[in-house]
Ligand binder design. Structure first.
Ligand SMILES: [Zn+2]
Length: 561
């Protein structure tokens, strides 16, 4: 006997076979029991969630010799013919291939003939949104005055593309994706029936890959059977689907946690050398970080494989909640950057080195506090003096010895790359001050300018003593953007002097930073020296772009599945 694909073999045949669409089956069964059968139904939902299966079961309920009944017998001629798709009273039309007006005209003509055996003539039109506008209009005419005992069941994956005038004439049912657990349970049942030996992890992987579609899950299962016959081996299933092992993700995250960039990059290389797609790999990283997050906030999920439970819990403990969220937002950004990148490999490497270099994030409250309470940074900062905050702002809330970045284990070459690419504006400001002696920056930020300010002023004084003096004593750094420093002064004289020497100062700045820097000098009436209390996102960005990015990204976080 030839192989019958599982999706067909295990297609639900009764209402009780239909999984996870309880609400819908209940309403349909009730309407049959109460003899309140509508003339048009619209089944919407993603592919493979049982729309046409349920349409057929509904058709059987209506046309079974015992019908209308919520429990079609499945053995009478009518039931059997519907199951086999050969009933002349149940017409299945694929909207995708019958889109023309003529097809609908044929349909209208056909509606004139009465039923052959059953009580109802039922038209199941799949992918109804694919019908052309003319076809829709022709259909609408039929819907306005449907012949007696004719029932339409429309199915669509894209309900927004169906004309509202049609939708409004239908009883609408929205089908949901199947939860992974439901799919796993169904796969287990099938394994039993088919004598298949499969471990939970394999089945879980199949269910996960099917993304809520039962039909997809069964087709994937067909694929696995074709390769492995009746004994599933998790490793082989992973390879077949080109899925990166959970252990690999775990390992990468552990090394990110340890700031071990070398190991992280080696793992990434291995994954990509195995032919895995970069985008899918990053998605996998995201999925895995989601599991760490769930574990962190104490949500029990069966998605974490049993053998990894202990490791996961340990990993979750080692991360701050904010760090996980930040990691996730960073991965999301990397994923979208990759789409535009001409050198995805390089971008991936840089991104993972950055990830390995993230020092710990503090709770947002703490950061805001820090910005509120620290000494006024808008005045000209004494650069070579370190910006020494009171110890309480730089010390960690709990003492964890490995919290500070350590690049010691890396070669000096890797160290250079890391310094170049490291996100250098974490809150660990003291560390930054120490690191910045070698200047690898490609754009300005406030920290950088403040640290370098004294030596810049020295250079200006060497060229233009008086102007340098004005800048030193009578200006403050108002704003720093990527390529521009904005100074303010309340002295009319200083303003004019600096303005006149603007290009010379810009040359000095440009030489100092190794990239084109613009200077903007503004005259303000009163000197702003008061301590700033309100913190804007821009200020957070100046101090810690990562945190600002994070705040930005978290706004859209709800959309992550
Ligand atoms: Zn029957």
């Amino acid at each position: 006997m030839s192989y019958v694909v599982l999706a067909r073999k295990y297609r639900p045949q009764t209402f009780s076979d239909v999984y996870a669409q309880d609400q819908i089956t209940k309403i349909l069964k009730n309407s049959i029991e109460m003899n309140r059968i509508g003339q048009a139904y619209l089944f919407t939902g993603p592919r493979g969630v049982g729309k046409t299966s349920l349409a057929r079961i509904f058709a059987k309920s209506l046309n079974c010799v015992n019908g209308p009944t919520p429990n079609p017998c499945n053995v009478c001629d009518n039931c059997v013919e519907i199951t086999q798709g050969i009933s002349s009273d149940v017409v299945e039309i694929d909207g995708a291939s019958n889109t023309g007006v003529d097809d609908i005209r044929d349909l209208q003509k056909e509606l004139l003939y009465s039923t052959v055996k059953g009580k109802y003539k039922i038209y199941i039109i799949d992918e109804v949104h694919m019908l052309s506008k003319h076809a829709f209009n022709a259909l609408l005419k039929t819907l306005e005055e449907p012949p007696e005992n004719v029932i339409f069941i429309f199915a669509t994956t894209e309900p927004h593309k169906v004309l509202p005038t049609i939708v409004s004439r239908c009883q609408r049912f929205d089908f949901k994706r199947f939860p992974t657990e439901t799919i796993v349970a169904r796969l287990k049942y099938i394994c039993e029936k088919e004598d298949i030996e499969a471990d939970d992890d394999s089945l879980f992987l199949i269910a996960k890959k099917a993304d809520g579609g039962m039909r997809d899950a069964l087709s994937l299962m067909d694929q696995v059977i074709a390769f492995m016959d009746k004994k599933f081996v998790y490793e082989d299933v992973l390879n077949l689907f080109g899925v990166v092992k959970n252990e690999t993700y775990l390992n990468i995250f552990k090394n990110i946690r340890k700031h071990n960039a070398k190991e992280v990059i080696e793992s990434v290389h291995k994954v990509l050398e195995n032919g895995n797609d970069i985008q899918e790999f990053i998605s996998g990283m995201l999925d895995f970080s989601r599991l760490i997050l769930l574990e962190k906030i104490g949500i029990n999920t069966s998605e974490i494989p049993k053998n990894l439970k202990a490791d996961m819990s340990e990993l979750a403990k080692s991360f701050e909640e904010n760090s996980i969220l930040y990691l996730m937002s960073f991965l999301i950004k990397t994923k979208s950057d990759l789409k535009l990148s001409e050198n995805p490999m390089l971008l991936t490497e840089i991104s993972f080195i950055k990830l390995a270099n993230l020092s710990d994030l503090k709770p947002i409250d703490e950061i805001l506090n820090l910005l509120k309470n620290k000494p006024n940074i808008t005045s000209v900062a004494p650069a070579k003096k370190k910006i020494n905050f009171p110890p309480k702002y730089v010390s960690e809330p709990e003492s964890k010895p490995e919290k500070i970045l350590s690049h010691k284990s890396l070669s000096s070459e890797s160290n250079k790359i890391i310094k170049k690419t490291a996100i250098d504006s974490q809150i660990n400001i003291t560390e930054q001050v120490q690191n910045e002696s070698e200047n690898y920056a490609k754009e300005l930020d406030r920290n950088l300018v403040e640290r370098e300010w004294n030596s810049i002023i020295e250079k200006i004084k060497n060229e233009k003593t008086i102007v340098g003096g004005y800048i030193d004593r009578m200006t403050q750094i108002e704003n720093v953007s990527k390529k521009q420093i904005e100074l303010t002064t309340s002295s009319d004289l200083a303003f004019k002097q600096i303005k006149n020497s603007q290009s010379i100062i810009e040359d000095i700045l440009t030489k100092h930073f190794n990239f084109k820097v613009h200077l903007l000098i503004k005259f303000v009436k009163e000197k702003k020296v008061e301590k700033k209390i309100d913190v804007t996102l821009q200020e957070i960005r100046n101090k810690a772009p990562n945190i600002a990015d994070f705040i930005d990204v978290t706004k859209s976080f709800i959309s992550i599945k």
